[in-house]
Design a protein around this ligand. Structure first.
Ligand code: ADP
Length: 274
C-alpha cells in the first residue's frame, strides 16, 4: 500500500497494491486521519496473549518516537484499556470520535472506552460488531499516525474477515502458544491472511518458556516447540519468543504496561518500524 493511499482504489494507479489485488474496496479513514502503517495482531484463538503483544509493540513504537495508535478490534473482550489503565470515556466532536491518549501518548480506541460501564457485555450479532470495528477506522479522528496496531478479535471468524476486508492492513503478526503450533489453529490463521492477500510478517510464540528467578534454569511448561520450523513451513520470515513472566501479568493487569522491561520484541519492532 502506498504511503499516500486514500483507500479510493478507483482513482489510484498503483497496480501492485495488496488492497487493490484483493479486489475489495477498503473503507475510507476519517478525513482527519493520516495513518501510514497498519499491523494486525492475530491469534487463532483467545487467551494466548494477543492483546499483550499488541500493547508491547505499541509501547516499543512509542518509545522510539513514532506517533502510535491502537485500534482495539476485540469488541466483545476488549482488554487494551485495562493494560494502559484507561478509564476516561472517549468523546466525540463534529469531526468524529476522539481516541483516548495513554500516559505516554499512544492513541487508543476500544469498545470499553465507549460503554457506560466497563463490565457491560456487548451482546451484538457478528455483522453489528463488524460494523463497530469499521467505524473505529472511518469515524475516529486518529490524526497523524506513523503506525497503528490492531488487536484483532480472536480466531478467523466473521469480524476478523470484515476487518481484513475493510481496513488497509499492511501485515499480520501471528501470536501463538507452544500447544497451538502443533494444531491446525496457526494454519487456519495463515490461510485466512493469505486469502486476503495480507502478508504474515512474524510469528510470536508467547508463553514459550519460563526462567526460574531462583535457579535461572529454563523450563517449558507448555512443552518444547519449534516455532522456527512452523514459520519456515508457512513462509514467515521472523520469529520472536516471549516467556511466561509474572511481571508481564502484573504490568498488564495493573495498567502499567508502558513501564514494561524486556527485549523480546526489539528485533521485530526494528523490522516493523523500519
Ligand atoms: P488475548 O488477547 O489473546 O485474549 P491477553 O493478551 O488478554 O490474551 O492475555 C491473557 C492474560 O494472560 C492476561 O492477563 C495477560 O497479562 C496474561 N499473559 C499473556 N501473556 C503472558 C506472558 N507471556 N507472561 C505472563 N502473563 C501473560
Amino acid at each position: 500500500m502506498s504511503e499516500s493511499c486514500n483507500h479510493q482504489c478507483d482513482s489510484c494507479d498503483q497496480n501492485n497494491c495488496s488492497s487493490r489485488n484483493a479486489g475489495i474496496q477498503k473503507a475510507p479513514a476519517n478525513p482527519s486521519s493520516h495513518i501510514k502503517k497498519v499491523y494486525a495482531i492475530m491469534s487463532g484463538k483467545g487467551g494466548v496473549g494477543k492483546s499483550l503483544i499488541t500493547a508491547l509493540l505499541a509501547v516499543l513504537a512509542k518509545r522510539r518516537g513514532f506517533n502510535t495508535a491502537i485500534l482495539d478490534g476485540d469488541i466483545t473482550g476488549p482488554s487494551i484499556p485495562r493494560m494502559f489503565n484507561l478509564h476516561t470515556k472517549a468523546r466525540a466532536d463534529q469531526v468524529g470520535i476522539l481516541p483516548v491518549e495513554t500516559k505516554t501518548g499512544i492513541q487508543v480506541m476500544s469498545m470499553n472506552l465507549l460503554l457506560k460501564n466497563e463490565t457491560d457485555p456487548v451482546v451484538w450479532r457478528g455483522p453489528v460488531i463488524g460494523g463497530a470495528v469499521k467505524q473505529f477506522w472511518t469515524d475516529v479522528v486518529w490524526g497523524d499516525i506513523d503506525v497503528m496496531f490492531i488487536d484483532m478479535p480472536p480466531g478467523t471468524g466473521d469480524v476478523a474477515l470484515t476487518l481484513f476486508q475493510s481496513l488497509p492492513v499492511d501485515g499480520v503478526i501471528l501470536v501463538t502458544t507452544p500447544q497451538d503450533l502443533v494444531s491446525m489453529i496457526v494454519e487456519k490463521a495463515v490461510k485466512m491472511a493469505g486469502l486476503m492477500n495480507i502478508p504474515v510478517l512474524a510469528l510470536v510464540e508467547n508463553m514459550s518458556y519460563f526462567t526460574c528467578p531462583d535457579c535461572n534454569k529454563t523450563f517449558h511448561p507448555f512443552g518444547e516447540s519449534n516455532p522456527e520450523e512452523t514459520a519456515k513451513a508457512f513462509g514467515i520470515s521472523k520469529v520472536a519468543r516471549i516467556p511466561v513472566n509474572p511481571k508481564l501479568t502484573a504490568a498488564s493487569d495493573k495498567g502499567m504496561i508502558e513501564l514494561f522491561e524486556g527485549n523480546w520484541l526489539n528485533e521485530l519492532a526494528n523490522e516493523l518500524l523500519d
